[in-house]
Design a protein around this ligand. Structure first.
Ligand code: PHE
Length: 341
């Protein structure tokens, strides 16, 4: 039987090496390894072999089988490589997938551009900052109840005797006094865009979000300038048909303080299920408090200013047509969701 095995094996190898199509290889495979193949038939005859020779022949049969299989595979590979030699340069290529900027990045760029056109200068300040810049210098001393609104994350670390603890900035207003100290002598026209952090998470809140903060300080700056700047932003960002209004509010660091509303984009200001009375809230603003100016080294008897701090994610979601049901989806890094924009 030994000789038969080796003959069949060599015969198969010779045929395989000469085959020049996949179909031919398939035929050879069936002729040797198929249910009625030459090698298969030999294997079937193994039980007729005297017991003492069975083991040796069994090993040889197995070896022949795997050799034939590997020759079949190698030859198949060779044939497909030579088939590929024919190259058609007119076949359209596969375009690699292209990405796009995240919605929030696009909104940040758009907001920056609008304010740059109004003469604002974009700056960035630390997103983990001293308590003094985030609260104390803004008229919110330690333990002041107004701080509660800012649901702050505190960082475990050394406490500075004057500046206090380090916090993850809960708003971009930490940039106000920092900008005053940087510029020293007004005019100041600051646009500070940064990440903010608060302990909150639901469909319209995420523990990390973005704010853009404006600060304008000069001689004779009034509420009219505040209203003019914000109205012009709202029209550029949301559309010229939209109106804005100031509604009295309270912040420790502005006096007077306002909440800015914009006419509803869905009903056009008539009142609907979404807005109720025709207006939706954009964010806070006000005239910089004299004590805050003093903390920034600016004389409140000479200079006045206004400030506003709004959510980037928020104004972006309010843009017509986006219809984002849950803010948290934006930060999920799920391309199935993000690539639709
Ligand atoms: N910092 C305030 C907030 O996060 C917004 C604000 C900024 C209000 C500047 C007035 C002036 O809610």
């Amino acid at each position: 039987m030994k000789e038969e095995i080796s003959n069949i094996k060599n015969e198969a190898i010779a045929q395989i090496m000469e085959a020049d199509s996949a179909a031919e290889l398939e035929e050879i495979s069936i002729a040797y390894l198929g249910r009625n193949g030459k090698l298969t038939n030999l294997i079937k005859r193994l039980k007729e072999v005297p017991p003492e020779e069975r083991k040796e022949n069994g090993i040889l049969l197995n070896e022949a089988k795997s050799t034939i299989q590997s020759f079949l595979a190698t030859q198949k590979g060779k044939l497909s490589v030579s088939a590929r030699k024919w190259f058609d340069p007119t076949v359209p290529g596969n375009r690699p997938p292209t990405g796009h900027l995240h919605l929030v990045t696009r909104a940040i760029r758009e907001i920056s551009k609008i304010f740059e056109n109004l003469g604002y200068v974009r700056v960035r300040y630390p997103e983990a900052d001293w308590d003094w810049f985030a609260f104390e210098s803004l008229n919110m001393p330690k333990d002041h109840p107004a701080r509660d609104e800012w649901e702050t994350f505190f960082v475990d670390g050394p406490v500075d005797p004057k500046l206090g603890q380090i916090v993850l900035t809960p708003h971009t207003s930490n940039g106000q006094v920092r900008e005053m100290l940087r510029v020293k002598t007004p005019p100041i026209r600051m646009l500070n865009i940064a990440k903010c952090y608060r302990r909150q998470s639901d469909a319209s809140h995420f523990p990390m979000f973005h704010q853009f903060e404006g600060l304008v300080i000069d001689k004779g700056v009034s509420i009219a300038h505040l209203k003019g700047s914000l109205d012009s932003f709202a029209k550029a960002f949301f559309g010229t048909e939209r109106k804005t209004r100031l509604r009295p509010h309270h912040f420790q660091f502005t006096e007077p303080s306002f909440e800015v509303d914009i006419s509803c984009g869905i009903c056009g200001g008539k009142g609907c299920k979404f807005c109720k009375d025709g207006w939706v809230e954009l964010g806070g603003s006000g005239m910089v408090h004299p004590a805050v100016l003093k903390n920034g080294g600016i004389d409140p008897n000479i200079y006045t200013g206004f400030a506003f701090g709004w959510g980037v994610d928020r104004v972006m979601m309010m843009k017509a047509g986006l219809n984002i049901p849950d803010l948290r989806l934006l930060y999920s890094s799920d391309l199935r969701y993000l690539s639709q924009f």
